[in-house]
Ligand binder design. Structure first.
Ligand code: CA
Ligand code: CA
Ligand code: CA
Length: 305
C-alpha cells in the first residue's frame, strides 16, 4: 500500500514538473503564438517604431526598418518578430522572422535594442496594416504600421481651387482662407506666409482652412501646397491685405513745468534808455523851475518900479 502511494506521488510530481517545464518553454519562445496569444503582458515601457512612409505600390518591394526597445530591468530573451497571420501581414510577401537581441539580423549592437530590415512586397491594394511584435520572457509590445497600397504609381498631381484674395480693415475679425484641394491619394500639406512655412501636416483630402485675423496693416502672401503619395504637388496663393492704422492710446508722460517768457523781455540797454529818459525829464523839470523863478522875479521887479 505504502509502495503504491509512493509510485502515485512520483507520477504526480513528474506530471507537475512537465507542466511547469512546458509553461516556461512557452514563455521563452517568441513565436509561440500569433501576437502573443495573451501569454505575455503588454508593457508600456517597451516601445517599437518604424521608418514607414505609409505608402507602397502593388508588386513593388519596399524595405521597412523596425526597431524594438525594452527597459534594461527585467526579462531575458528579448525578441523582435513579424509573422504571418497578424493584422494584414498576409497581404504582403515577406520572410517571417524573429530576431534575438544582439544575434543574427539585429543591426543594433546595443543591449535591449533590436533593429531589423524586413522586405515586404504588397500583394494587393488597400489601406493595410503591418503588425510587428517584440517580447521578453516578462512582457511584450506591438506596433501597427498603416500602409496605403496603390495599384499603380500615382503620377497625377492634385487639383486645387483658387479662393479670392482677402482685404479687411485692421482689428476686424472672421477672416479665413479655405482651400479645397483634391487627389485620389492625398498625403501632405503645408502653408507658407510670405515664404515661411507656418503650418504643415498630414493631408487626408479634407479642405484646408487658415484664419488670417489679427494681422498688422500691410499685404501678406499665403500659399498652400498639397502633395500626393507619388510626390506630385500643386500650390495656390492668396493675397491678404489689411488696411487702416492701429489706433494706439497715448501713454501718460511726466510733465515738465513750463516757464513763460515775458512778452517783451528787456533787451540789453533797455534799462539805460529808461535812465536817460529820467535824466532828460529831470533837466526839463529843472529848466521849468528856473524859468518860473525868473518870471516871478521879473513880475516883482515891475511892481516895485
Ligand atoms: Ca541589440
Ligand atoms: Ca495624385
Ligand atoms: Ca490664387
Amino acid at each position: 500500500m505504502r509502495k503504491q502511494y509512493r509510485r502515485n506521488l512520483g507520477i504526480i510530481t513528474l506530471f507537475v514538473l512537465l507542466v511547469c517545464f512546458g509553461a516556461i518553454s512557452a514563455i521563452a519562445e517568441p513565436d509561440y503564438t500569433t501576437e502573443c496569444g495573451g501569454c505575455h503582458t503588454v508593457s508600456s515601457s517597451f516601445s517599437m517604431s518604424s521608418n514607414s512612409t505609409g505608402n507602397a505600390t502593388v508588386g513593388e518591394p519596399f524595405t521597412l526598418r523596425i526597431n524594438a526597445t525594452k527597459p534594461v530591468q527585467g526579462g531575458t530573451n528579448f525578441y523582435l518578430s513579424v509573422q504571418n497571420g497578424w493584422a494584414d501581414n498576409d497581404y504582403f510577401n515577406f520572410t517571417p522572422a524573429y530576431i534575438l537581441d544582439n544575434s543574427a539580423g539585429d543591426l543594433t549592437p546595443a543591449n535591449f535594442l533590436i533593429t531589423h530590415d524586413f522586405t515586404f512586397t504588397p500583394l494587393s491594394s488597400g489601406n493595410l496594416t503591418i503588425k510587428a511584435w517584440c517580447s521578453s520572457s516578462a512582457a511584450s509590445q506591438f506596433i501597427d504600421i498603416p500602409i496605403l497600397v496603390v495599384d499603380v504609381p500615382d503620377e497625377t498631381p492634385p487639383t486645387i481651387d483658387n479662393p479670392s484674395d482677402i482685404e479687411y480693415a485692421v482689428s476686424t475679425v472672421g477672416h479665413d482662407i479655405t482651400w479645397t484641394p483634391f487627389d485620389e491619394n492625398p498625403s501632405e500639406f503645408n502653408i507658407q506666409a510670405n515664404g515661411v512655412v507656418i503650418i504643415s501636416g498630414r493631408w487626408n483630402g479634407q479642405p484646408i482652412v487658415i484664419n488670417v485675423d489679427y494681422l498688422s496693416p500691410g499685404t501678406y502672401e499665403y500659399t498652400l501646397t498639397v502633395t500626393d503619395i507619388g510626390g506630385n504637388s500643386v500650390s495656390d496663393k492668396v493675397m491678404v491685405t489689411v488696411t487702416g492704422e492701429i489706433i494706439t492710446t497715448p501713454t501718460p508722460t511726466e510733465t515738465t513745468p513750463i516757464t513763460t517768457p515775458p512778452e517783451n523781455p528787456p533787451a540789453p540797454g533797455d534799462n539805460l534808455d529808461a535812465m536817460e529818459t529820467s535824466t532828460f525829464s529831470l533837466v526839463i523839470l529843472s529848466m521849468g523851475v528856473i524859468v518860473g523863478i525868473l518870471s516871478l522875479l521879473l513880475i516883482l521887479d515891475r511892481r516895485r518900479s
